[in-house]
Design a protein around this ligand. Structure first.
Ligand code: GTP
Length: 595
């Protein structure tokens, strides 16, 4: 055990974690030249296409230092705030963390939030100044920032480049020398913590764990403490580029378990694995429950696929512990699920993964945060969907979630950032200069104002210099109203939204205009109306389609006609029929694109 080191790589988004992980894997010859490709650990198609890490990824390396061989378990983590639950679980499996800071960008919002997560878990932090090859690198200034933030000596900061490979050996040495070997007793009763899992269509459910005490052996009869279920350890192993089966895995180490688990619900991250005979006396303290920021309905486009969608969501949840959901019904869309997400990127990724990994075609409805209605009898009702908004005469007041937003930016952009936040009903709480031209602003802002498009706006007005991190701080009373949408006189509950009263009229008007743009024209006219209570506040009309689309093709060749039909068919993909009107996915998101 003295020769094991468990560490994760944490950073702000795009500071170069995955690239540096590539260099560590190369240097330790964990992967051969032939196997090597950029951002190797981002092995999901979606990660590669978007160039971001979505999942934490564990991999084991061997490293020789002064004649001693060390086993290094590396966990690469995502940087985007929507995937911070991945980071927090990875941190729990480690004794140390490489904190990567881009030398051309300096410390940013998630550098700090991820660092705090690591410090709360008592991880040893190794600061790495990355991308020093860049002409725009400012090693001295950024080192000052790191020294200030961490209180470390300047000499402790390792200068590195994931591009040239500079500093990689220093990092590996520092991992061995500065991070503690895991403690724990290999002879004690088994106590292993599940920190991730995934569904493999060929092999079933795979559980990723870290052993804290004891030893797990192939063939052992094990028990998951929280669920009380028992399984045979059919296969256990370590995670290299491929899984490598082993006979045993002892305390301090990270591994996987395959045991013929059939039901995805039986696997919960944070659960403890122990032996059926001679169990450990205590379960490991699990993870804090995830707190979703945004809720939206997910519905199958084909209503007959409801059960299949449920099974797919259960399997996806294995690999995405931050996804929560429960069944819901919509008058317009039928049976579906109300899901909680950590942000809009998370929502998008879930929708994409359901389609790619499970071949489902789904519609997501208008996203909303969770409001609370304090009723006239003082009871509290949670409102996860606009359709759950109670009658106004039964409500004392509505409360909405507020967040503390921390924005780090170049000082030049303070003015526009403050006015953006004010426009979003934000209250400036604090302003601290990190260096002469970098400032940290703290605001209290309603979550509903920032969760949708705030980040894009912030990036635009700061030319990409501002970064944002946020946490929930509680609920405050706000004047919220429900805005309903009717198509041809029929209310479509899945298009309703809860908005601030002062903005409701403007929203209603713009929403109708947007829907007019987004609803495909049909053979008949469609009236689009927005209302608050019984009062109609805006109306637009989608004109009827006069000509048949195929009319254009008269005399044209048949292949052109076929192409046109195929194009129409494709366009149908994420589309739901409500009454006699077809509503495309975009229309459900129209509320987010009003500015
Ligand atoms: N010049 C230079 N570019 C780098 C270096 N390291 C990474 N990059 C580039 O920076 C971008 C982001 O790198 P990634 O490794 O994907 O960053 P990441 O921190 O893993 O990103 P997320 O996991 O999505 O948060 C990529 O375009 C890399 O090619 C470096 O040392 N030097």
């Amino acid at each position: 055990m003295d020769n094991i080191r468990n560490f994760c790589i944490i950073a702000h988004i795009d500071h170069g974690k995955s690239t540096l992980a590539d260099r560590l894997l190369e240097h330790t010859q964990t992967v051969s030249d032939r196997q090597m490709q950029d951002q190797l650990l981002d092995n999901m198609d979606l990660e590669r296409e978007r160039g971001i890490t979505i999942k934490s990824h564990a991999i084991q390396m061997n490293y020789l230092l002064d004649g001693n061989e060390y086993v290094l378990n590396l966990i690469d983590t995502p940087g985007h705030v929507d995937f911070s639950y991945e980071v927090s679980r990875s941190i729990a499996a480690c004794e140390g963390a490489l904190l990567i800071v881009d030398a051309s960008q300096g410390i940013e919002a998630q550098t700090i939030s991820n660092l705090y997560l690591a410090m709360e878990n008592d991880l040893k932090i190794i600061p790495v100044l990355n991308k020093i090859d860049l002409p725009g690198a400012m090693p001295e200034e950024v080192s000052d920032e790191i020294v200030d933030l961490l209180g470390v000596e300047r000499e402790e900061i390792i200068r590195a480049s994931g591009k040239t490979g500079e500093g990689v050996d220093d990092i590996l040495k520092a991992i061995v020398e500065r991070i503690d070997a895991p403690s724990g007793d290999p002879e004690a009763p088994l106590q292993a913590m599940i920190f991730d899992s995934q569904y493999n269509p060929f092999r079933g459910i795979e559980v990723i764990f870290r052993v804290l005490n004891g030893t797990i052996r192939k063939g052992d009869l094990v028990k998951f403490v929280n669920t009380g279920k028992e399984y045979g350890a059919d296969e256990i192993g370590i995670l290299k580029l491929e899984q490598e089966p082993q006979k045993e895995i002892s305390s301090g180490n990270v591994g996987y378990l395959i045991s013929g688990i059939k039901n995805a619900k039986e696997v919960k991250v944070g659960d403890t694995i122990t032996h059926k005979e001679n169990p450990c006396s205590q379960a490991i303290q699990g993870f804090e429950d995830v707190k979703p920021m945004v809720f939206a309905g997910i519905y199958p486009v084909d209503t007959t696929e409801y059960e299949e969608l449920r099974a797919s969501m259960e399997k996806l949840q294995l690999n995405d512990a931050s996804l929560v959901w429960e069944p819901e019904t919509s008058a317009a869309l039928g049976f579906g699920f109300r899901c909680g997400f950590l942000g809009m990127l998370h929502l998008e990724i879930v929708q994409e993964r359901l389609e790619r990994e499970f071949d489902m075609t789904v519609i997501t409805t208008v996203p909303s945060v969770q409001f609370r209605a304090v009723m006239t009898d003082d009871s509290v009702q949670l409102i996860n969907a606009p359709s759950e908004m109670p009658e106004p005469n039964k409500v004392k007041h509505i409360e909405e979630p507020f967040i503390k937003a921390q924005i780090i930016s170049k000082a030049d952009y303070i003015g526009p950032i403050i006015s953006l936040c004010m426009d979003k009903r934000g209250i400036l709480k604090n302003q601290v200069y990190l260096t002469t031209d970098r400032v940290e602003l703290t605001f209290d802002i309603p979550l509903s104002e920032i969760v949708f498009d705030f980040f894009d706006k912030l990036k635009t007005i700061s030319r990409g210099y501002a970064s944002l991190d946020y946490e929930l701080i509680g609920n405050r009373a706000s004047k919220m109203v429900k805005l309903d949408v009717a198509l041809n006189g029929e209310k479509v509950d899945a298009l309703s939204a809860i908005v601030h009263r002062d903005k409701a009229y403007e929203w209603g008007k713009r929403l109708c205009e947007k829907l007019k743009e987004l609803l495909p024209r049909q053979m008949f006219e469609i009236a689009v109306q927005a209302s608050i209570g019984t009062k109609i506040i805006a109306r637009e009309t989608v004109k009827a389609l006069r000509k048949n689309v195929l009319a254009k093709c008269y005399g044209g060749d048949i292949s052109r006609k076929r192409k046109l039909l195929e194009k129409q068919k494709k366009g149908k993909k994420r589309m739901r029929q409500v009454g006699n009107v077809e509503i495309p996915q975009d229309a459900f998101m129209a509320v987010l694109k009003l500015d």
